[in-house]
Ligand binder design. Structure first.
Ligand SMILES: NC(=O)c1ccc[n+]([C@@H]2O[C@H](COP(=O)([O-])OP(=O)(O)OC[C@H]3O[C@@H](n4cnc5c(N)ncnc54)[C@H](OP(=O)(O)O)[C@@H]3O)[C@@H](O)[C@H]2O)c1
Length: 292
């Protein structure tokens, strides 16, 4: 089997990619502060900002393709620690693209819908970028650096993702399930829109991109939804009362990183390649199966 190297397999997306790729790839993964072990995946613990060490690991594995998901992923953290986050979000990503370029192997980078300002959705790949926070700016710089270094690289802009976390993590989705099930108050924006997909759907899109794409590719879902309506849909599937859900506005919450209103992606290019997300309800039902 061909060797696939996935960075960040202790994170949400990396873990989901490993689950999807096992069976058709010989999967190798990197972890950093959370040294998780996964059955069927050879994991290596490494700080990807240590380029010399990573170079050795890379050559030791000899991958046939790479999907790079490792990153500082909290916009608020990046806003407060721009220098620290830049090392992993820009420098490591461009260096890794360079290693793949030298070997002429597929390289897929996970960027974000946050490269846009949210004022002109839905966004196509060729629309001009205009991030509103430092995390988005770092992703734009990584995208540009990667494509300059390696024309055949694939830059996938990911939407909001939900689903089962890696063994170490828990994300917004798990907090929502807990609040809904326990009847705690859940405040959700009615004025922030995304095109979300499950981690499994995103993983399938990225694996498709390894073989079929080049350049920019949007991997959003087929439905545009506000965070509030996303919560309503979850309540309906979980069959819990609507009493604890509170409609609120982006301006009600003060956060370090500014937020964009509508980051919906137009992913028709990926759909034409065979990326085929199920309806949001179906994806949510699959993810919530354990709780229904
Ligand atoms: N989740 C979303 O909704 C979403 C939306 C749009 C785009 N994205 C993008 O998708 C990618 C994956 O996101 P995610 O949600 O899976 O992130 P995540 O759960 O926060 O995981 C981040 C991963 O990066 C690793 N990492 C961080 N710093 C590292 C370093 N210096 N060296 C090596 N590894 C390091 C972490 O390792 P340890 O845990 O072991 O420290 C972890 O495995 C990211 O590029 C993110 O920007 C995510």
């Amino acid at each position: 089997m061909r060797k696939l190297l996935v960075t960040g397999v202790s994170g949400f997306l990396g873990w989901n990619i490993c689950r999807e790729a096992k069976g058709s790839w010989d999967v190798h993964g990197t972890v950093f502060s959370n040294p998780v072990k996964m059955r069927g995946v050879n994991t290596v613990r490494i700080d990807l900002t240590d380029f010399k060490a990573f170079n050795e690991v890379f050559n030791g594995i000899g991958p046939d393709a790479v999907i790079h998901t490792a990153a500082a992923t909290s916009p608020n953290y990046c806003q407060e620690y721009p220098a620290e986050s830049e090392e992993i979000n820009i420098d490591a990503a461009v260096n890794l693209a360079g290693l793949c370029a030298d070997k002429k192997i597929p390289f897929v980078f996970t960027s974000t819908d946050l490269v846009f300002d949210g004022l002109n959705a839905p966004y196509k790949e060729e629309d001009p970028v205009c991030p509103v926070n430092i995390y988005g700016e770092q992703k734009v710089m990584a995208e540009e650096g990667i494509l300059k270094r390696y024309h055949s690289a694939v830059v996938c802009r990911m939407p909001l993702m939900f689903g089962e976390p890696a063994t170490t993590g828990s994300g917004f989705f798990q907090s929502m399930i807990k609040a809904l099930k326990e009847g705690d108050e859940l405040r959700l924006f009615h004025d922030e829109f995304r095109t979300p997909v499950s981690g499994q759907t995103a993983a399938r899109g990225l694996l498709l991109a390894v073989n079929k794409a080049e350049g920019l590719l949007h991997l959003g879902g087929k439905e545009r939804v506000s965070r509030f309506n996303f919560g309503l849909l979850m309540m309906d599937i979980l069959n819990v009362s609507e009493a604890s859900l509170v409609r609120c506005s982006q301006k009600d919450l003060k956060m370090s990183a500014p937020r964009a209103p509508d980051l919906s992606l137009d992913s028709s290019r990926a759909f034409a390649l065979g990326y085929d997300p199920k309806s949001l309800r179906e994806q949510l039902e699959e993810c919530l199966e354990a709780w229904i």
